[in-house]
Write a protein that binds this ligand. Structure first.
Ligand SMILES: [Zn+2]
Length: 372
């Protein structure tokens, strides 16, 4: 039996928290626990302890030509214990991503791109011959515990002249599958128009890049969140941040917050280039940006733990509770103002730095920022 006791930490409300882990599972959570003599301990003095962070929009297919990264570089080294690859692969190459996932210390899951090649070029849905329901269904049957959703990218640069047709097909595929899988929809340049995209989306569908600052975003020409967007949100459309190189605007995010439209999930859309050169850098930096917009840590942490776990049915993850997987993120916050930049080039001052210290994955401790 492998045990680990992590203590002297705080939860996001500031209350003391201690966690006992047995064989990769959370055995007990409390303020201070009685533990067996000789149990290894980790002192989390000065740190928060939360459920392991889940980044539900990343690109970690190391063999992709365009958007690629290493799961551990964007995972445990930055405090993220679970990454979901958002459509880098489709039915033809998801097997390769599955093999890579097994070699990573970080938990890796996949949203399957409805285009069977995944993202090999920018315009994977400009050719509708990329769509094959039988190939999609076969892949999902083969990797039921790995594929946790579907992904469709519906912007001009991706669909060419096909408008919303790929999204219509994605919704049909989703309905025809015997398993229920959530659908993540990428938005960006037009056509197709956002109104036409949202008209095809249903409650429970995930709108990623929700706070992009593009003309085809959620904010209309009068500087307000469009009425059809508010209506869809109120009915249950899920807002996912998906920061990325081009898809996060402080202005849009602030306008949405004023309109009481909050993201359910905070994700980075990270890959090596926007990790190394910005503006993404890490999920922790995305947390810093929501803090500067006025969100509290108690509001943000569910966006990277319980909410993505619920939406993508990671039923043993996302909560610091007995019986859940022993995936934890241990991190500090420091009042140290710094300049951060969004995808439009706008700079703002983030008052708080968020510094991951340890990632714990299945009870094993990894020091953030350090190679294996
Ligand atoms: Zn992406």
């Amino acid at each position: 039996m492998t045990e680990l006791y992590i203590h002297n930490g705080r939860d996001v409300s500031g209350a003391p928290v201690a966690v006992l882990i047995t064989d990769g599972v959370i055995a007990e959570v409390g303020t201070e626990l009685t533990v067996p003599v000789g149990c290894p301990t980790l002192d989390a003095q000065g740190c928060y302890i939360t459920a392991g962070w889940i980044d539900d929009h990343t690109h970690c297919n190391a063999h992709a030509a365009l958007y690629y990264d290493d799961a551990d570089a964007i995972g445990y080294r930055t405090g993220v214990t679970t990454v979901i690859d958002a459509g880098s692969t489709g039915a033809d190459n998801v097997a390769d991503l599955y093999q890579q996932a097994h070699r990573a210390a970080t938990n890796v899951y996949a949203l399957l791109n409805i285009a069977r090649t995944g993202i090999v070029a920018q315009d994977e849905l400009a050719d509708l011959n990329q769509l094959s329901f039988s190939a999609l269904r076969t892949a999902i049957k083969r990797y039921p515990d790995f594929i946790v959703g579907l992904k469709v990218r519906v912007s001009k640069s991706v669909v060419g002249d096909n408008g919303v047709e790929p999204l219509r097909v994605a919704k049909q595929y989703q309905a025809d599958l015997t398993v229920q899988l959530p659908l993540m929809v990428h938005i960006g340049s037009n056509p197709p128009e956002l109104a036409a995209i949202i008209a095809l989306m249903r409650p429970g569908d995930v709108l990623t890049h929700c706070f992009n600052g593009k003309p085809n975003g959620i904010v209309n020409s009068t500087g307000e969140v469009a009425q059809y967007v508010r209506k869809a949100y109120q009915k249950g459309l899920i807002f996912d941040v998906g920061h990325g190189t081009d898809s996060f605007s402080f202005r849009t995010a602030a306008l949405a917050r004023t309109a009481h439209l909050f993201p359910q999930t905070l994700s980075s859309d990270i890959y090596y280039r926007n990790r190394l050169n910005g503006p993404v850098y890490s999920l922790a930096v995305c947390v810093e940006k929501l803090l500067l917009l006025g969100y509290r840590l108690e509001e943000i942490i569910p966006m990277i733990t319980t909410n993505p776990a619920r939406i993508f049915k990671l039923t043993h993850k996302g909560q610091l509770c007995r019986g859940y997987d022993a995936d934890l993120t241990i991190f500090q916050t420091v009042t140290a103002p710094q300049i951060v930049v969004d995808s439009t080039g706008e700079e703002r001052i983030a008052p708080t730095q968020v510094i991951p210290t340890y990632s714990v994955i299945a009870g094993r401790v990894y020091t953030c920022g350090v190679d294996k």
